[in-house]
Design a binder for this molecule. Structure first.
Ligand code: IMP
Ligand code: MG
Length: 181
């Protein structure tokens, strides 16, 4: 059984993603030249993007990880987030690079950004691999975005459906039959 069989079509190829991640890394490297930002990975969806992105940034950054509540098995956000795993260090006065997989309603990031600023972060800069502006509910925009996509549910390169397909090396759309299982 191959996970690729469940994919209806590939939206972004491995090559397209790698090229764009290099470009984002270059922008961030210039932004943070001679500084030490804290790169925060939002688990679990951002893990793949995060690990590729930080290796494209030649700056003395440090890393930390957070987990916030997700959709469960549904394909839309409830608008209510919960911090499931908090940062492991004090962020007072820190410049934070918040790395997200996708901004959909924006509810997650809106709350997360405010949470980090309340905890004393000096700056919260948001980079997202994917942006779905058509579905925005919260008043938030990414400071840097990899790709703007249509209103469709995507998986791969870290993004899941019911916790699966995160290990697809590309971003794709699943066959409708997968949601009927
Ligand atoms: P938001 O709060 O609606 O912006 O949701 C953000 C989170 O929902 C993302 O970090 C993803 O984990 C998840 N999500 C939103 N859209 C998709 C999608 O198309 N595929 C997989 N996960 C998604
Ligand atoms: Mg996520």
């Amino acid at each position: 059984m191959s996970i690729h069989e469940d994919v209806q079509y590939v939206l972004l190829t491995e090559e397209q993603i790698a090229k764009r991640v290099q470009e984002l890394g270059a922008v961030l490297e210039a932004k943070y030249a001679d500084r030490s930002p804290l790169a925060v990975c939002i688990l679990r969806g951002s893990a793949v993007f995060f690990s590729d992105l930080i290796r494209e940034m030649n700056v003395p950054l440090t890393t930390d990880f957070m987990r916030v509540s997700s959709y469960g098995n549904a394909t839309h956000s409830s608008g209510n987030i919960q911090i499931l795993t908090d940062l492991s260090e004090d962020i007072t006065g820190k410049e934070i690079l918040l790395v997200e997989d996708i901004i959909d309603s924006g509810n997650t990031l809106y709350k997360l950004k405010n949470f980090l600023l309340l905890k004393g972060a000096k700056e919260v800069f948001i980079v997202t691999l994917l942006d779905k502006p058509a579905r925005r509910e919260a008043d938030i925009t990414a400071d840097l975005s990899g790709f703007t996509i249509e209103d469709e549910f995507v998986v791969g390169y870290g993004l899941d459906y019911a916790e699966k397909y995160r290990n697809l090396p590309y971003v794709g759309v699943l066959k409708p039959s997968v949601y009927q299982k």
